[in-house]
Design a protein around this ligand. Structure first.
Ligand code: GDP
Length: 306
């Protein structure tokens, strides 16, 4: 998996540069505090968490009489880590199990989110991680809406060396493809089935119908162990609004934050976890097969601070 720290640092991390510039001043003036606040807001940390962080930091600086820039930076690091919440359980539920009949059931991971956020790419990268870990994987191309989606997934499957279950017909029933993929995983004794879905945000009722049906038919074959919501870190508040709709209709258990390599807005991690009440479990750091990393609060904050 990608090494987070170097990758985020390579993206320039202007957040870190700006914060450090402010924090390296000998004495923090009111203007400096305002600049600190603005920098955090620009990084999409969100108004609530930014306010809390600044308050806590000011209190510590005052109460503990902290002056040296390095010490203030250490306090900021600590506060950011607390906001990111290192205690959240970020493990992926990908262990297969046995059904009531005593027969094999694969773990099933449903990947949801708006088109273009990086769902198909994430499925490919995740398959690679699982295969490297010695697991057998089946991919399900339930994005039957976008013409090239199944081809794209199949290409990832071939690259990683895992089979892809798909329909040859555009507009086929996504639930039927998802069902076939999970059945194939069950019959072949696969450990994990990863199901890619379409991200049509037509309306909430339509989305609920589509994802609801996929979920229902999958669980006839095997329990759904994870619902991963893929969110593009560069889309800010707009992405967050869309994410909220998916979280409401799909029973999301984890977030994959993609395209963190191309943005200084990593603070969205804090905002999205707080908004949705679901942990960020994985992060995307590029378009290549190795550009997926497990999320780690301390590593992440260190990357953010540069
Ligand atoms: P989908 O429509 O949600 O399935 O999105 P895709 O997987 O097709 O990805 C959309 C675009 O985003 C593609 O060009 C991907 O290569 C790119 N992409 C996906 N994840 C990342 C990432 O973590 N970083 C970068 N830079 N690009 C990404």
């Amino acid at each position: 998996m990608a090494r987070l720290r170097g990758r985020l640092a390579r993206s320039g991390s202007p957040l870190g540069a700006r914060l450090l510039a402010v924090l390296s001043r000998d004495h923090l003036s009111e203007d400096d505090w305002d600049e600190l606040e603005e920098t955090l807001l620009l990084a999409d940390v969100g108004a609530g968490p930014t306010g809390e962080l600044i308050d806590a930091l000011r209190r510590q600086v005052r109460v503990d009489g902290v002056r040296e820039p390095a010490a203030v930076r250490a306090l900021l690091r600590e506060q950011l880590i607390t906001l990111v919440d290192p205690a959240l359980d970020r493990t992926l539920a990908t262990a297969p199990g046995l059904g009531e009949d005593g027969l094999h059931r694969p773990a099933v991971v449903l990947v949801v989110g708006v088109n273009g956020t990086g769902k198909t790419t994430t499925v490919g990268k995740l398959a690679r991680v699982l295969v490297a870990d010695g697991r057998t994987v089946v991919l399900g191309a339930a994005d039957t809406f976008r013409a090239a989606a199944a081809d794209q997934l199949e290409t990832w499957g071939a690259r990683v060396g895992v089979p892809t279950v798909r329909s040859d017909r555009d507009g086929a029933d996504p639930a039927a493809v998802a069902f076939d993929a999970v059945r194939s995983g069950r019959e072949t004794g696969a450990d994990v089935v990863l199901v890619d879905t379409a991200g049509r945000l037509q309306n909430k009722a339509g989305l609920m119908d589509e994802l609801g049906k996929i979920t229902r038919v999958i669980t006839r074959e095997a329990p759904l162990t994870e619902v991963l919501l893929v969110l593009d870190a560069t889309t800010g508040q707009n992405g967050l609004n869309q994410a909220r709709v998916f979280a409401e209709v799909a029973g999301v258990t984890g977030i994959v934050l993609t395209k963190l390599d191309g943005t200084a807005k990593g603070g969205i991690v804090i905002a999205v976890q707080r908004e949705l009440g679901v942990p960020v479990k994985l992060i995307g750091l590029g378009e290549g097969p190795d550009d997926l990393a497990p999320f780690d609060a301390a590593d992440f904050v260190d990357g953010l601070l540069g």
